[in-house]
Design a protein around this ligand. Structure first.
Ligand SMILES: [Zn+2]
Length: 50
């Protein structure tokens, strides 16, 4: 049961960093340094709470 509780804590307390291209607005969940859609290097990152 402790394992399940720990998994719930990870799922509900984890923060996810999202990345968004400043040029085309495409969103990425992984750590990208340039836009996979338009090739721009203007990537904004922000943190989300799940
Ligand atoms: Zn883009």
């Amino acid at each position: 049961m402790n394992v399940i509780r720990a998994m719930h804590q990870v799922l509900y307390n984890s923060r996810v960093t999202m990345y968004e291209c400043r040029d085309c607005g495409q969103n990425f969940s992984g750590g990208v340094t340039e836009c996979l859609n338009c090739g721009s290097e203007e990537i904004a990152d922000y943190e989300l709470r799940q």
